[in-house]
Design a protein around this ligand. Structure first.
Ligand SMILES: Nc1nc2c(ncn2[C@@H]2O[C@H](COP(=O)(O)OP(=O)(O)OP(=O)(O)O)[C@@H](O)[C@H]2O)c(=O)[nH]1
Ligand SMILES: [Mg+2]
Length: 332
């Protein structure tokens, strides 16, 4: 079985694990339309099930006002998780394994020792795709005042600079703004969101546009609404003189309508892009001389068709954009 690594990238607490849960675990309707299936390994299923319950519970509390600062401290994940899914046609032996690396976000942005630093570099370097989770309210609200401290964009950009060196094979980078319900409601807001990402991650886009990387890296923006009905409300500032950072912004969220149901939107899009990219690599491998191993060519024709059906409607308007590398996503 061909195995692919994918790394979930993003600062501490931005919502990486929730995004992974939503994109791989909550799209039965989409899957039902196609002949493809994604089966989590038992351990993966048991952890993601819990993450899903937490995500859904955001919806259960009609007065949901976000999380408290103590929860923020306690709930930082402590360890590496690897989430594995087998992909294949329904009722047939799976042919592809997707292995998602999801470690604590602070490992990406803070120095935690040589061993962890090496580990993070290794994961980013060996991953065929990277999903960058972006906390959208931190990016958009209060003139982006909290963007640096919450999303730590320089730390993320530096990781790419250090790891995307002399790439031998193509990569996919998915920028996924999350908690973005408030900014996806009309065309003007969606455009503002895209513009802000382009502005705040300019260093990253410049890197990907460089002569060495422009043909090898596909970059897409896919906003994901992991809950679908919980909207940004306001920022509560906690002033704690005993803490090093002293001021902590707490982003509060609220349901617009108390009866609104949990209804994730576009959560399947990152996975669609991922499979679309893998299918393109498979189809163009020989043509473009990327030199992937021969077992790529053993993919069953029906599996290819199933992936094509699943991935054919990747969105690229209304807040979604393929920034570069259209030919790396061309499955025709
Ligand atoms: N309002 C809202 N809250 C969310 C959303 N997604 C995640 N959260 C909450 O944000 C918090 C952090 O989410 P995680 O997925 O654990 O974040 P993480 O990036 O994996 O965090 P670390 O692994 O500690 O770096 C949790 O309390 C989630 O319930 C969302 O779409 N909307
Ligand atoms: Mg996590």
């Amino acid at each position: 079985m061909r195995e692919f690594n994918i790394t979930m990238l993003g600062a501490r607490y931005v919502g990486k694990t929730s995004l992974l849960t939503s994109m791989c675990y909550e799209y039965e309707e989409e899957i039902a339309k196609t002949n493809i299936q994604l089966v989590p390994e038992t351990r993966t299923a048991s952890i993601l099930e819990k993450s899903l319950i937490e995500l859904k519970s955001l919806n259960d509390d009609p007065d949901n006002e976000g999380v408290s600062p103590s929860e923020r401290v306690i709930s930082e994940s402590q360890d590496v998780e690897s989430f594995t899914f087998q992909v294949g046609q329904k009722g047939k032996k799976p042919e592809i394994k997707l292995n998602f690396w999801d470690y604590p976000g602070s490992w990406n942005t803070d120095f935690k020792g040589e061993a962890i630093d090496r580990y993070v570099k290794e994961k980013i370097t060996e991953s065929v795709a990277i999903v960058v989770a972006i906390d959208t309210p931190a990016l958009m609200e209060a003139n982006g005042k909290w963007h640096q401290s919450q999303n730590r964009p320089s730390g993320i950009i530096n990781r790419f600079k250090a790891c995307y060196v002399d790439l031998k094979s193509p990569r996919l980078v998915i920028l996924a703004p999350i908690k973005c319900e408030s900014y996806m409601q009309d065309e003007k807001s969606r455009q503002e969101l895209i513009n802000k990402i382009k502005q705040q991650y300019k260093g990253l886009f410049d890197l990907f546009q460089s002569q060495q990387l422009v043909d090898k890296v596909a970059v897409v923006i896919t906003p994901v609404q992991t809950v679908g009905n919980i909207f940004f409300s306001y920022i509560h500032i906690i002033n704690d003189i005993e803490k090093v950072d002293k001021i902590t912004p707490i982003f509060k969220f609220k349901k617009q309508n108390p009866d609104a149901q949990y209804s994730p939107k576009d959560n399947e899009q990152p996975l669609k892009y991922l499979l679309r990219f893998l299918l393109t690599l498979h189809l163009k491998n020989r043509l473009w001389g990327w030199g992937y191993v021969r077992d790529w060519f053993k993919w069953d024709e029906h599996l290819k068709q199933a992936i094509r059906d699943f991935a054919k409607d990747c969105k690229n308007s209304d807040g979604f954009e393929v920034i570069q590398g259209k030919n790396l996503l061309d499955i025709n």
